[in-house]
Write a protein that binds this ligand. Structure first.
Ligand SMILES: [Zn+2]
Length: 82
């Protein structure tokens, strides 16, 4: 088990936690990876076990995620802290 420091916010995380790894030289916690556009909102949700969404957008600290719901979509808002 290894511990990494997020290159952006300095938070510590373990390699078993979802994170972003750029060629083994730059590590980011997933929140920062999302904010910096290094991972997509869908990847972020999947990493947190939220694979139920059809598509998602990231905007101003929030993920707007859409689930198939009948003939349309149901919208969920998830606030990303930090
Ligand atoms: Zn971070």
């Amino acid at each position: 088990m290894s511990t990494f420091v997020c290159a952006h916010c300095g938070s510590l995380f373990e390699d078993k936690n979802p994170h972003y790894n750029d060629r083994g030289v730059c590590f980011l916690c997933l929140d920062c990876a999302l904010k910096l556009g290094k991972c997509t909102p869908m990847e972020y949700l999947d990493a947190h076990g939220l694979g139920i969404y059809h598509h998602a957008e990231y905007n101003n600290g929030k993920i707007i995620a859409y689930q198939k719901w009948g003939k349309g979509y149901r919208k969920d808002e998830l606030e990303i802290l930090g």
